[in-house]
Design a protein around this ligand. Structure first.
Ligand code: SAH
Ligand code: SF4
Ligand code: F3S
Length: 456
């Protein structure tokens, strides 16, 4: 297999951690002679890197598998296609996948990507009556990150870096603790090395990833541990790393140390994704979130005292079991108070094996959908207000690529808004001061003020 070119198509669902993992799988597959391709048609192997978070997300996988089955059927022995299911659905459903889709050859969970060469060899040895029956869904004791090759930076100036994986919070609606396992922090030195490599390859912005990233406590190799705050301070010393972000954080674990980092580290962007899920204390308690709305607001007040230009985004679940109109009003009130500049919102989806799935008082779908509409309209209004308030202000913008219009570049503001500006091509890969002159629902228009300003 080595040397002769085979093609692999990796389709990624779900969160940024899956995006990161898919890139790592590419890094494992390239030395085996696999080239990336962007569709199943010419692929010798298709990997679906799946998400189990809501029912819709996992059902998508089965409809995609249905389509792949037809392609696989038309292939001959010379030009066979291996179908693999990776990620959180693989971890949660394991053999069930082979039962529902017997033509699937490999099923493996998020902790086993470094074993891909071994799994592929096994699949090649197996006969292909139906699927090849390769299954790997244990949580191995060793650190998969230790066994993965050095990362290649993706195109562009922005890179993800997973520093923490798994979750011990057990929110009553959530599958992540079951699909990703217990909380694990990568050793500090490994993270630093990977960050330096990414910057050496041209990354100007790094987003630190973890299901519960602010719980990071990486071994420092000297019997101690680094907090996320410490890690951010050390990363800020890397020459050429202009922007640092981290996601996703758990509100009850935003420490004073982390808040101080927001005050002290200019490279740390004034934008934080801090999911609240609900504005009602009753619902938060039923969700097993370890904080009240008051504590959440207090944390935000502290963050804003440290970094006055800080803005927040969030996630919301509506229609959680037992949620009534008053609870929902509390959520709307929360949005009005905090003025989240962006939010992802979902109707509660009961997940097999989670405590909330069997709670009494499941909310009717029609009611939940109605609430979602109201919530999303409010979020849209609040976002539009923020974007409008940006008009007239100047921001440092990392110019990333050409826009669709002639002479136009696209960048991202500290708040992640896409910004369009007329500017010369050689400004790509630079941070420029731009004045915002126009606001749209999801993007901004700007004019060039000044080039080559460093840090926010
Ligand atoms: N670790 C992150 C989020 C992980 S999942 C955190 O704690 O915030 C991403 C989002 O999906 C969650 O914030 C939540 O809003 C949503 N989500 C998770 N489980 C869900 C479920 N069963 N139904 C609907 N939305 C869900
Ligand atoms: Fe899921 Fe809660 Fe953990 Fe986030 S903190 S991953 S919502 S269990
Ligand atoms: Fe989905 Fe797994 Fe991420 S369930 S949201 S892909 S951790």
């Amino acid at each position: 297999m080595m040397g002769n070119s085979k093609k692999v198509f990796i389709k990624t669902y779900g969160c940024q951690m899956n995006v990161y993992d898919s890139a790592r799988m590419e890094d494992v597959l390239k030395p085996l002679g696999y080239e990336m391709t962007d569709g199943p048609k010419d692929a010798n192997m298709v990997i679906l890197n799946t998400c189990h978070i809501r029912e819709k997300a996992s059902e998508k996988v089965y409809s995609e598998l249905g389509r792949l089955k037809n392609i696989k059927k038309r292939r001959d022995e010379e030009n066979e296609m291996i179908i693999a299911v990776a990620g959180c659905v693989a971890q949660a459903e394991g053999e069930e996948i082979s039962r529902r889709a017997p033509y699937v050859d490999m099923v493996f969970g998020p902790q086993s990507y470094h074993n891909l060469p071994e799994m592929i060899a096994k699949a090649h040895r197996a006969g292909n009556e139906q699927g090849r029956g390769v299954l790997m869904t244990e949580f191995p004791a060793e650190d998969k990150f230790d066994h993965l090759p050095a990362p290649t930076k993706p195109e562009g100036y922005s890179a993800f870096l997973s520093i923490q994986e798994g979750c011990d919070k057990f929110c009553t609606y959530c599958v992540v603790p079951y699909t990703r396992g217990a909380e694990y922090s990568r050793p500090a030195e490994h993270v630093m090395r990977e960050a330096r490599e990414l910057v050496a390859q041209g990354a100007m912005e790094i987003t630190l990833l973890g299901q519960n990233v602010n719980a990071y406590h990486g071994d420092d190799g000297r019997g101690g541990e680094w907090t996320l705050g410490r890690l951010i301070r050390e990363l800020a010393e890397i020459d050429g790393l202009e922007r640092i972000r981290y996601t996703t954080s758990y509100p009850a674990e935003v420490t004073d140390d982390l808040i101080t980092a927001h005050a002290e580290v200019p490279q740390l962007m004034p934008y934080l994704h801090l999911p609240i899920q609900s504005g009602s204390n009753r619902v938060l308690a039923a969700m097993n979130r370890d904080h009240t709305r008051e504590q959440y607001l207090e944390t935000i007040a502290k963050l804003k005292a440290a970094r006055p230009d800080l803005a927040l985004s969030s996630d919301f679940i509506v229609g959680f079991p037992g949620e009534n109109e008053r609870d929902f009003e509390d959520t709307l009130d929360m949005i009005r108070q905090v003025k989240f500049i962006l939010a992802y919102s979902f109707v509660y989806s009961p997940r097999p094996g989670t405590p909330a799935a069997t709670m009494d008082l499941q909310v009717e779908a029609a009611v939940a959908n109605e609430r979602l509409q109201v919530l999303q309209q409010l979020l849209k209004d609040v976002q539009a207000e923020f974007n409008n308030d940006c008009v007239g202000k100047e921001f440092p913008i990392l110019l990333e690529r050409e826009g669709r219009r002639e002479g136009q570049l696209v960048g991202r503001s500290p708040y992640m808004q896409p910004v369009h500006v007329k500017a010369p091509l050689d400004l790509i890969g630079k941070i420029a001061d731009l004045k915002i002159i126009e606001a749209r629902q999801n993007s901004l228009g700007a004019e060039l003020v000044n080039v080559e300003r460093k840090h926010a």
